[in-house]
Design a protein. Structure first.
Length: 195
């Protein structure tokens, strides 16, 4: 069996070990194996395709730079998922603080207004427009609140997993989730979106 065939059949732990030893082909295999999962996570934080791709690339760069920190006792996919969630949370923070974030939010509002006045595009799906609407509503929350709600309700992550991802206790996670929902409810009421 050739080394390339061995890599194709290797599990994540073997590929990560090979990548730690400097085998870039092994890391490429990990990227190919987990790209869809990372894209699914980053899309929840950045529904714009270009931003999602940039964020996904950032996740894999961070993973490669921190391979030495991964412990084979935990599944590689869980470790990578945590990096993706943290990158999404950082993305929320950067958007909120930068001029680019301000302009991006303004552009999203203009695009939404433009879509509302024009006929719907054939390329636009209900999921895309719903995700954008949710992202706009969540943009009024602090980054940690957005991350908790994104993980809890868009990713269906249990509170225990969210606590582990965020590095919080379970009680703190429950409290943050409750406060975030109350803040979101106030935003919905202010926008007259409650039933």
């Amino acid at each position: 069996m050739t080394p390339a065939e061995q890599l194709a059949d290797a599990d994540d732990a073997a590929l990560a070990a090979a990548a730690k030893a400097g085998d870039l082909g092994a890391f490429d295999r990990l990227v190919a194996r987990h790209q869809a999962m990372v894209n699914g996570i980053t899309y929840r934080f950045a529904p714009n395709v270009a931003d999602m791709e940039d964020l996904g690339q950032e996740v894999f760069v961070k993973a490669f730079q921190n391979l030495h920190a991964w412990q084979p006792t935990a599944p590689f996919q869980n470790w990578l998922r945590k990096i993706a969630y943290n990158a999404g949370r950082d993305f929320f923070r950067r958007r909120k603080r930068s001029w680019w974030g301000y302009l991006w939010n303004q552009g999203q509002e203009l695009e939404a207004a433009d879509r509302a006045t024009s006929s719907p595009s054939m390329a636009e799906t209900p999921l895309d427009s719903n995700t954008e609407a949710v992202q706009r509503l969540l943009s009024g929350l602090p980054a940690d609140d957005r991350t908790v709600l994104t993980l809890q309700f868009l990713e269906d992550a249990p509170l225990k997993d969210i606590a582990e991802t965020m590095g919080w206790s379970l009680d703190k996670t429950k409290a943050r989730s409750s406060r975030a929902r109350k803040r979101l409810r106030r935003i919905l009421e202010a926008n007259e979106l409650t039933p």
